[in-house]
Design a protein around this ligand. Structure first.
Ligand code: PRP
Ligand code: MG
Length: 211
């Protein structure tokens, strides 16, 4: 039996995910040409998937584990547990507004339009502060929204900060900090849990060596 792992097909996590597995002694093809691969030297099948689809695959038990951003689990990972924090792809999920706007507090978002791909995360944050705003859900290129008059502010991932900068925005609230994690399906079976233990053991020594 193989353990089935989901990895981001393309994007920021793809390369570093394959790299950490490789350092753990598991070599696999990168998924550029295929959506599924088998590891050469570990009982593992790899599925290359879109980030946002991975939580559902884990919940359904179609894959057993995944390397995914904690931010995605916070947004839509109910029922999925984290086995290991992996220390790479660190980022923040933040609120930002145009540079020219005078900002005092999160209350400033009251009654405003916010464009985001993270509606649950934003809503939870605003609710906590008693703020009600109008959320516009978009899947990518969120930072362009204020410039085209779609929103007053945005909530998105901030890594280097260069996307905010290029779009004339400034970060005003950091809602959460995130990094890549090893996530586990609630439906994983005993044999595969055993394989997960072996994988975790290897990943932990890679992480220790990186310190
Ligand atoms: C991600 C994210 C931010 C940006 C943050 O977008 O949505 O826009 O990276 O990184 P930075 O702070 O280093 O600029 P991505 O480039 O993946 O494109 P997308 O939003 O269209 O998916
Ligand atoms: Mg973006």
């Amino acid at each position: 039996m193989n353990i089935r792992i989901a990895i981001q097909k393309s994007g920021r996590l793809n390369e570093d995910s394959l790299k950490i597995l490789k350092e753990a002694g598991i070599s696999i093809d990168n998924g550029k040409d295929q959506l599924k691969a088998t590891a050469r030297n570990f009982p593992m099948e790899v599925f290359y998937l879109r980030n946002g689809d991975i939580p559902q695959y884990l919940r359904d038990g179609v894959v057993d584990i995944a390397i995914i951003g904690e931010n995605v689990l916070i947004e839509k990972g109910e029922g999925i547990s984290i086995a290991e924090k992996l220390g790479f792809s660190k980022c923040k999920v933040s609120l930002a507004v145009p540079k020219s706007v005078t900002y005092t507090s999160v209350q400033d978002f009251h009654g405003k339009r916010i464009a985001t791909s993270y509606p649950n995360t934003v809503k939870q944050y605003l609710d906590k502060h008693g703020v009600s705003a109008d959320l516009h859900i978009i899947n990518g290129s969120v930072e362009i929204a204020p410039n085209i008059g779609l929103a007053d502010g945005i909530c998105d991932i901030v890594s280097s900060g260069s996307t905010l900068f290029k779009n004339g925005l400034k970060e005003v609230e950091v809602m959460l900090k995130s990094e890549a994690v090893l996530a586990v399906s609630p439906k994983i079976n005993d044999i595969r849990s055993g394989l997960l233990k072996k994988l975790q053991f290897r990943l932990q020594s890679v992480l220790r060596a990186r310190e």
